[in-house]
Design a protein around this ligand. Structure first.
Ligand SMILES: CC(C)(COP(=O)(O)OP(=O)(O)OC[C@H]1O[C@@H](n2cnc3c(N)ncnc32)[C@H](O)[C@@H]1OP(=O)(O)O)[C@@H](O)C(=O)NCCC(=O)NCCS
Length: 145
């Protein structure tokens, strides 16, 4: 079944959060607040998408770039809609839109506690980086920044 993809806007925020909360394995941060999500969507217009199947919200993905590299986040498909190609359709749309903007290479962070998510990316040819460590610093805010 081919899902219908729709560009995400801030009006979709409540539906997005509800979908993510119903997806086991997804974690939330302060960066997922309505305000931060609005900022992200404004900085990265038309690069985040919702997938619908038979009118029902089935999946989502957010993407953006820094001018050099693309970044995907919050790829999630509700369990009832899995293995129908929805994740692939969402990711492909992001990569196509990013490529249109000149971004050829994308990164995705996958929590070590999410082997099933990792298996998905690997199955689609994404390369596990063993040559870099990611360092993070939180200047303000708590552990959930
Ligand atoms: C990972 C996830 C997004 C996949 O969504 P999906 O819509 O079922 O994926 P697709 O149907 O597009 O899968 C396409 C192909 O990817 C592979 N694949 C999909 N899920 C996989 C998994 N969990 N493990 C290994 N390979 C997987 C298969 O080859 C599949 O093709 P097939 O069904 O013909 O065998 C979904 O399982 C999910 O939401 N998981 C929880 C959230 C998550 O982990 N997100 C990614 C974290 S960064």
């Amino acid at each position: 079944m081919t899902p219908t993809l729709r560009t995400m806007s801030l009006d979709d925020y409540d539906a997005l959060i509800d979908l993510l909360r119903r997806t086991p394995g997804v974690t939330f941060r302060d960066a997922d607040s309505r305000e931060a999500t609005g900022r992200y969507l404004a900085r990265n217009p038309d690069l985040s998408f919702l997938a619908y199947c038979e009118g029902a919200l089935a999946g989502c993905v957010m993407s953006g770039h820094d001018g050099r590299r693309g970044y995907l986040q919050h790829l999630a498909v509700l369990p009832a809609f899995r293995r129908r190609g929805i994740a692939n359709a969402l990711v492909d749309r992001c990569l196509s839109e990013l490529e249109r903007l000149g971004i050829q290479k994308c990164h995705i962070d996958v929590l070590r506690g999410n082997p099933s998510g990792a298996a998905y990316w690997e199955s689609q040819g994404w390369q596990l980086r063993t040559d870099i460590h990611r360092y993070s610093l939180t200047r303000h805010g708590g552990a959930d920044a």
